[in-house]
Design a protein around this ligand. Sequence first.
Ligand code: NAP
Length: 478
Amino acid sequence: MTRFDNLIAGQWTAGSSYSRNINPSDLSDVIGEYAQADAAQVALAVAAAQKAFPFWATGSVQARSDALDKIGNEIIARKDELGTLLAREEGKTKAEGIGEAARAGAIFKFFAGECLRLSGEVLPSVRPGIGVEITREPIGVVGLITPWNFPIAIPAWKIAPALAFGNCVVIKPADLVPGCAWALADIISRSGIPAGVFNLVMGRGSVIGDVLVNHPGVAAISFTGSTGVGGRIALQCAQNLKKVQLEMGGKNPQVVLDDADLNQAVELAVQSAFYSTGQRCTASSRLIVTEGIYPKFIAAMRERMAKIKVGDALAQGTDIGPVSSQSQLEQDLGYIEIGKSEGATLAVGGERLKLATDGFYMAPALFSESAASMRINREEIFGPVASVIRVKDYEEALAMANDTPFGLSAGIATTSLKYATHFKRHSQAGMVMVNLPTAGVDYHVPFGGRKGSSYGPREQGRYAQEFFTVVKTAYTLA
Ligand code: NAP
């Protein structure tokens, strides 16, 4: 069995123990044994990053750009292999895995250019004879904590801007899927960046997460994961006066109006509710449908969902792979029972599937006749489960779309310019989609939400510099 170690101060370092990375499509397939860091190793990684920081922060921007470009090139060249590893450890289909790997490569290449474009401002002072310069500087050592559902893209969209803007990194990926993060660390370790600039510590959040968040040598934390864990990290960062960025859960609405193109509406609902096994923070889990199109929409969804093929993530022809873990599967199946007990109608799916290999397979589920107040419409399920809410008109649909503690992504299917324009302006979400799935975003523009979905500056694109730099204002007497 191959063992994979932590990367600390440029050295591959054995863990205090190892955990097995299991393929959720086939539980007999063990991908490898991955090191578990302990508190002492996290401290070593932070110390290495602190030591490397002065040189990296003030060194050659060309060297940073070259390293990021090299990392991006290798990821893209190996996207099939990395995408296959991703599908094997997380359960996304191979095509989705390859797409995610390619995106991770593109992100590194984007920030290879972005670090050369970091700009400031020169302004006249209100006092004669004085010049004012506003510049951006790196923050220091940043702690990155990532979830299991995008095991290469999310680490990429935190690591790339962190390094581009001169910070040093200690990353703790999700314990469920350390394989992609390890592969990324291996690529980064060969990119020419100095030892200690980038460090990987694998292990459980409950064991080493707190240590990283509370370490005095860590200046800032960027976290993606559940709202519960994110909220606790925000409190810890506030107590320690650390900068913090949180990307958390969603309960994203997809509105379908009477005037929508029915086929298009069904396709985008299926795409964003069930693809990637519904395990996307931007997945649509609330389908809010006006009464004129409601019966046709339910009938068309039944027909379309009957064609979805659930199967081994690596097999040809699979549309939807397994749920990623036993506990996530139990959570999804638990919500099926909750929805039924709340009085919603289980229109399609929702049962555990037994396939050729022993895996966490589940038939995508659609509830109809659900009410906005039900737990299935208020809590993030994070699986292939969506519910349909019937509404009278656009105004009620908008009110219902906004009636949620979350605010990540929101979609509308309509042929009306009036309603599309109004929805874009009045949706209380960080990202709005017109006639597009709620999931599926570009890598060069800001990503993030409102309310319980996000906290702190946006991730990705040019906006990433808000979190990964700190502003300085300098005055000079001419
Ligand atoms: P999670 O349980 O909150 O875990 C996220 C990360 O935090 C993991 O690395 C986890 O470690 C770590 N962690 C757990 N307890 C910690 C602690 N006490 N201190 C520090 N770190 C700790 O979330 P998940 O189940 O992995 O991911 C699913 C969630 O992520 C969903 O809510 C989804 O909506 C959200 N998500 C949001 C976005 C977005 O951009 N808005 C994108 C993707 C996913 P271990 O797992 O190793 O224990």
